[in-house]
Design a protein around this ligand. Structure first.
Ligand code: F3S
Length: 783
């Protein structure tokens, strides 16, 4: 069912979800025997399309799976947020299938601006984005996707409260999707094209991740929260330390954490680049299922772990924890009792500074000592426990006659949490303190924040947030705003002091009657005493079977949404007469190729968003930014996207020449879609960022690297004519064979050949020949 969990099974039998998992797990055990597995491996491998093929090929007979095997997976569901769902759905629609092959949901959370307060902001957000919401809602109805309207909540909180179940595998079109790993799921953040693969029922491919074990001992002290665990870990591992790994937590310390605390830790695994993160199923997980009205799920999970019943061999049980003796590729031990609160930043989440050193660091670095705003909540930290902890210190400060000196904003993660906090009086406490309640949406976390505190763009100022990211300009578009990430209670206490040098554990604030006030240690409740309130009716999910009679709402004159036209298939032969549009020098990230900020509003309109293509790239031959010349015609100067569009109109296919790590940054698929739309067939560079290279192939653009980077990057330039040699044959041979480029210099007519490398797999060769992965999916879906 796509609905929030309910079990139709009579007591004593497994519900269908667990029956399926159990039968796959039995296959995994048949293939791997008694090999000790980590928790992540058990869940991941039990979602393989073909267990034997995936686990035995290329893996030394199953002994060397991690980092080697190509896993073809069948996730249980897909969750999408409103910004990324637009392109995901447009691609899905092109496949012409009547319904999604697996359950899916859409969450309207990214497009609401935080400005004056929840009600007003929500109304304004709905108004400005109505056509996007209409498109998403009509698509949901037509294809049978759950639709969570604006105001319902932030994707990861809603998924945790309603869909996550221990043992599940999910994909989410948002990098913080691993939040659900807190409830013992494997949940991976992906781009739209990947989501579409799962939505049309094709297996989704992943190189088997390595496993980084984090063994927790001890127990958190007062003022230290699960957020501090991940802030500390980010400092240890850096933003790239988790790349290619699943982070798996285990050890006695796990039992001391709340479920929502574990979700916070998994959420921010994205900040260390991890594929995902996961915790075992604990008593706290069962308590959370019960509090979120899923008591039957807790019972089923317990039953599943004893299946097929007493007396069976130990390996026959699927326990929601690692096998005794399972090995990790890397192991980190953390004693929770030794952790202290951290503040990470500015501008990068891995710059971890312990609270005890924060004051001296602020002064040494010359960072602003005045704190201009404290923002709590978001998908990372808006749990009942977080908010009641904050409530305890706000109440104490209120009784002492204090008000926050900095602006104080609260973003609930969902309507369910908001209404429960309202019911239990927590919001009233925040309100009395002068806190501004924002809508149940991302708001300031994703740059949707209109500040009215008189801080001009470019003015350095410090804010503290309980969010997960703090890149330059991320919250308010001001590159001079320093955002430090901390737990909600640390953010709140420091907002009262209005100072970045205040230490809530050791320092005091003078009250209006001249006394010295010290905050008590925050005390929260793990969950509400009675189950969560479900909130207002208008914010509930709309969950319906697919209805093909519902038209998808896209106005032909829309500037924000446009149906996708399929890309042309690869011609029957090598590419000839390509021309170099621009030769780029230096860093060329996905931001350089497809900028965000104001362009976000065109996420669902490929022709319009393509007007930003490479618009901050540096022309290697002239040193100019966003300049390209119409060689050999008249040599006139254009912006890069203008010339690309002109060449598209003329039918002139093109390529880009670039340096190292082309496409570094995010998995943003627009960075591959846009050049393809404008007529790019090849990108040739010194090296690629891995995800972008894959995305290019998915959109039918061939990524090639120079075999002799330094020599050949110099030899080829803008306007030169390029033919491929051996490319078509290589594609027809499933990615096997050498490729060269024949270059004709446009100025001199000189002709020479350049050897190039490629990393095209058998499946990718098929995508490229079909014109894009989507074309192939659509073809297969039609069969
Ligand atoms: Fe939204 Fe920020 Fe989370 S953008 S999904 S609240 S990371």
């Amino acid at each position: 069912s796509t609905r929030p969990y309910s079990s139709a099974s009579p007591n004593g039998t497994l519900p269908p979800t667990y029956e399926k998992l159990y039968s796959k797990y039995s296959e995994v055990r048949r293939v791997l025997g008694a090999q000790r597995l980590t928790l992540a491996e058990k869940i991941l491998y039990s979602h393989l399309d073909n267990v034997e093929e995936s686990l035995l090929s290329n893996t030394n007979n199953g002994k060397d799976i991690r980092g080697k095997a190509n896993l073809k997976l069948r996730p249980d569901r897909v969750n999408m947020q409103d910004a990324s769902a637009q392109m995901a759905l447009l691609q899905f629609i092109s496949c012409n299938v009547p319904r999604t092959a697996i359950p899916a949901s859409i969450h309207c959370d990214h497009l609401i601006i935080g400005e004056r307060g929840a009600e007003e902001d929500l109304a304004a957000g709905i108004n400005t984005n109505q056509e996007v919401f209409d498109f998403l809602e009509s698509s949901a109805k037509r294809y049978g996707i759950d639709f969570w309207p604006p105001g319902a909540g932030i994707i990861h909180q809603t998924v945790l409260e309603n869909y996550a179940l221990p043992g599940m595998m999910m994909l989410g079109t948002d990098s913080h999707s691993p939040n659900a790993g807190g409830l013992c799921t494997i949940t991976i953040g992906v781009g739209g094209a990947d989501a579409v693969e799962a939505l049309v029922g094709a297996p989704w491919e992943l190189k088997a991740p390595k496993i980084l074990g984090v063994r927790l001992t001890g127990q958190l002290n007062d003022w230290v929260s699960p957020k501090d665990l991940i802030l500390h870990l980010a400092g240890l591992l850096t933003v790239r330390g988790g790349t290619g790994y699943i982070v798996e937590y285990f050890g006695p310390g796990v039992e001391t954490l709340s479920l929502t605390g574990m979700a916070t830790v998994c959420n921010m695994g994205a900040e260390i680049g991890a594929t995902t993160s996961i915790f075992p199923f604990t008593e706290a997980s069962a308590r959370y299922l019960k509090a979120t009205r899923r008591e039957q799920a807790a019972k089923d999970a317990a039953l599943f772990q004893t299946w097929p019943g007493a007396g069976a061999a130990e390996d026959a049980y699927f326990r929601f924890k690692a096998d005794e003796g399972a090995q990790y590729d890397e192991l980190i031990e953390i004693d929770l009792s030794k952790l202290e609160p951290h503040l990470n930043g500015p501008f990068t989440p891995d710059l971890a500074i312990p609270l005890s050193k924060f004051k001296e660091t602020v002064q040494k670095e010359g960072w602003p000592e005045k704190l201009s705003a404290g923002l709590i909540g978001s998908c990372t930290n808006s749990s009942y426990e977080d908010m009641t902890k904050v409530e305890s210190i706000v109440r104490a400060a209120h009784e002492a006659g204090l008000k926050p000196k900095a602006d104080f904003y609260i973003t609930p993660g969902s309507e369910q949490i908001r209404s429960t906090l309202e019911r239990d009086g927590t919001l009233e406490t925040f309100n009395k303190a002068g806190g501004i309640l924002l809508s149940n949406a991302c708001g300031p976390c994703i740059g949707q924040w209109k500040r009215h505190d008189g801080i001009e763009k470019g003015t350095p100022n410090a804010i503290l947030t309980s969010y997960n990211r703090n890149f330059r300009g991320r919250n308010d578009g001001n590159p001079a705003t320093l955002n430090f990430l901390a737990s909600p209670e640390i953010v709140t206490a420091m907002a009262y002091a209005g100072s970045t040098t205040f230490n809530p554990i050791t320092d005091t604030i003078t009250t209006p009657d001249g006394k010295e006030f010290r905050f008590p240690s925050p005390r929260g409740k793990e969950g509400p005493e009675t189950p969560f309130s479900q909130g207002r009716e208008t914010f509930r999910v709309a969950s319906n079977p697919p209805d093909p009679s519902v038209p998808v709402a896209i106005s032909p004159s829309s500037e924000r949404l446009a149906l996708l036209e399929p890309f042309d298939p690869f011609p029957a032969g090598d590419l000839t007469g390509l021309r170099v549009l621009v030769k780029v020098s230096g860093k060329c990230t996905t931001d350089t190729i497809s900028a965000a900020g104001p362009w976000l509003k065109y996420k669902g309109h490929l022709p319009n968003i393509s007007a930003n293509t490479l618009n901050t790239a540096v022309n290697a031959e002239t040193g100019e930014v966003n300049a390209a010349y119409d060689h050999p015609l008249d040599g006139r100067k254009y912006t890069i996207p203008e010339l690309a569009r002109l060449w598209k109109e003329r039918g002139q296919a093109w390529l880009v020449v670039a340096e190292h790590n082309y496409g570094e940054g995010s998995a943003r698929e627009h960075a591959a879609l846009q050049p393809r739309y404008l007529g790019a067939r090849v990108i040739v560079c010194k090296s690629f960022a891995r995800i972008h290279e894959t995305n290019l192939k998915k959109q039918g653009v061939v990524p090639l690297t120079f075999e002799e980077p330094d020599r050949d990057y110099e030899r080829i330039g803008a306007g030169d004519i390029v033919d491929t040699i051996g490319l078509y044959e290589m594609l027809q041979n499933g990615g096997k064979g050498d490729v060269k480029l024949r270059v004709t210099k446009h100025k001199t007519g000189e002709v020479f050949e350049i050897p190039v490398k490629h990393q095209v797999s058998e499946d990718q060769a098929k995508f490229i020949l079909a014109g894009s992965a989507l074309n192939l999916l659509a073809k297969n879906a039609a069969l």
